[in-house]
Design a protein around this ligand. Structure first.
Ligand SMILES: [Zn+2]
Ligand SMILES: [Zn+2]
Ligand SMILES: [Zn+2]
Length: 288
């Protein structure tokens, strides 16, 4: 059976601010326009990579400057992030982010979580509540340990982000849109990608389990890990991700988590027209 977005008229979780716009915009079965912004399209070390002399690291093409991987979704007056990279501060300045209503985490590698503390000023809008962070139960436990100063109620200093961890092991509805975890294999770990409306964001995978493919039917937009051409134990390649797009027949494919092996223009010239390398600042419209 094809994957179908489920909608509900339930109250959004933990609304921050005025939800009038949202309440009017969502009706049963009606899709809502959303904008996806690529905050970062680079691999864990970023491009340029520190100390590297290669041509891509010295490229004058702004598309070859890749901060660490993350995306932003805007719909119904809300802002949802997937991951907060070590570059979140500079990404938020660049994209003029003035609010964040929820964050979903794919996994707990440093390149996906180290921007957490920079949520601090944006988390204050949620007082007296807290900005919700959604993650797999094991990832939520890791975040609680790693950032114990944030989540430890006995921590005595001020100036803490107002955050709340919410472990999820299934779909979660955020402001009228359904986010479904898509289980991925990332080296030896199982992590989450996410399907939301007509789009899916699957970063950091060496393999997509057969059981996850039914969630990738009928996609308008599919983001996939494509580190480079050469095989890697924990990441997908351009060739492997092209096969995945072909298999699921996504209308538009975008590659992310890109390393300095792939020059933007030259690589795009080798790809089918409906598949492109993502780049920092790329904005896409879709139905959520
Ligand atoms: Zn990563
Ligand atoms: Zn390089
Ligand atoms: Zn990773």
């Amino acid at each position: 059976m094809p994957w179908r977005a489920r909608r509900s008229r339930e109250q959004p979780l933990e609304p921050a601010g005025d939800d009038t716009l949202f309440e009017k915009s969502i009706t049963e079965g009606q899709s809502v326009k959303a904008t996806l912004t690529v905050l970062g399209s680079g691999t864990s070390m970023g491009v340029p990579t520190l100390g590297c002399d290669c041509a891509v690291c010295h490229s004058s093409d702004p598309h070859d400057r890749r901060t660490r991987p993350s995306i932003m979704l805007e719909y119904a007056g809300k802002v949802v992030l997937i991951d907060t990279s070590p570059d979140f501060y500079i990404q938020a300045i660049r994209e003029k982010i003035t609010r964040v209503d929820a964050v979903l985490y794919t996994h707990t590698h440093a390149d996906h979580i180290l921007g957490i503390d920079d949520l601090r000023p944006l988390s204050y809008a949620h007082k007296p509540k807290r900005l919700p962070l959604y993650a797999r139960p094991d990832a939520a436990a890791f975040l609680r340990r790693m950032f114990s100063y944030i989540f430890d109620a006995d921590y005595k200093y001020g100036g803490l982000p107002h955050l709340e961890l919410r472990p999820i092991d299934g779909p979660v509805e955020l402001f009228g849109a359904q986010f479904e975890p898509v289980r991925l294999i990332h080296g030896e770990a199982e992590i989450y990608g996410f399907r939301f409306g007509s789009a899916a964001y699957l970063t950091d995978h060496s393999e997509i389990p057969e059981a996850s493919f039914h969630q990738l039917e009928g996609l308008d937009i599919l983001f996939l890990d494509a580190l480079r051409h050469k095989p890697h134990p924990t990441h997908s390649t351009v060739e492997n991700s092209l096969r995945i797009i072909e298999r699921v027949k996504a209308k538009r494919g975008f590659f992310t988590h890109i390393c300095h092996d792939l020059p933007h223009e030259a690589t795009n010239a080798t790809l089918p027209k409906h598949v492109r390398l993502a780049y920092d600042g790329l904005k896409l419209e879709f139905d959520i």
